[in-house]
Write a protein that binds this ligand. Structure first.
Ligand code: ATP
Ligand code: MG
Length: 209
């Protein structure tokens, strides 16, 4: 049975697909049989990314498939070491189903209070609906400065949640890499790759504990 990592958020565009792709890429590079389940059947952005990646012959091959529900994705979990659920935004019931299916639920968030407050409310709602708080964690994305990272981390920890070590800084190069079928750990810049990889390794460590 695969370990299951889910990326969820109410807000759109926070980095769910970005992190799902990176963790799947790094797990695959580490020899794990990995599958991304793209649960956003309307947009299918990870399916599109996968096609670009395949067309360009980028290794390692990351397997991506579209599923309508978390339970449909879970039905194939036994064939993999790691199943990555790339969730849709703005769907409370689907988010709860996804969260309940996962060993670890990661919510990416930006650092402004406009991002942090709804992100905390989202996790509070999952806890209230019966999801174990210990399986919830935040990943900081689009960070500008070290001080901004520290403040956001403190806010989320104060609210009672863990925050993965490391963060993704805001960089056009991360977008550019993904446009071309690469993960954010595969940009042209070693320092950016190393920063992204530190966050992804923190995530992988968290599920292998
Ligand atoms: N750290 C970053 N720096 C620059 N661009 C970023 C960063 N993180 C994400 N992006 C870009 O922001 C956009 C939204 O990211 P992404 O698709 O990962 O979010 P999402 O949460 O999956 O969105 P949706 O809710 O629509 O599924 C993408 O174009 C992505 O390349
Ligand atoms: Mg997405």
């Amino acid at each position: 049975m695969a370990a299951v990592i889910a990326f969820v958020s109410q807000k759109g565009g926070v980095g769910k697909s970005t992190l799902a792709r990176a963790v799947a890429r790094e797990a695959a590079a580490g020899g794990l049989q990995t599958k991304i389940a793209d649960l956003d059947t309307q947009q299918g952005t990870s399916v599109d990314w996968h096609r670009t990646r395949m067309d360009s012959g980028i290794e390692p091959v990351v397997s991506v498939e579209s599923y309508k529900t978390a339970s449909q994705a879970l039905a194939v979990a036994k064939h993999f070491d790691l199943l990555v659920l790339d969730g849709p935004a703005r769907t409370s019931q689907a988010t709860l189903d996804i969260a309940k299916s996962a060993d670890l639920v990661v919510q990416p968030t930006g650092a402004s209070l406009d991002d942090l407050r709804p992100a905390v409310r989202e996790f509070h709602a999952l806890v209230k609906a019966g999801v174990d708080r210990g399986r919830l964690t935040f990943a900081l994305n689009r960070i500008g400065t070290d001080a901004e990272e520290a403040d956001a981390r403190a806010f989320l920890e104060e609210a009672g949640y863990s925050v993965l070590e490391g963060c993704l800084v805001e960089r056009a190069s991360y977008r550019k890499a993904q446009n071309a079928g690469f993960a954010v750990t595969e940009t042209r810049y070693a320092a950016l790759n190393a920063r992204a990889d530190a966050l992804i390794q923190a995530l992988i460590d968290r599920i292998s504990r």
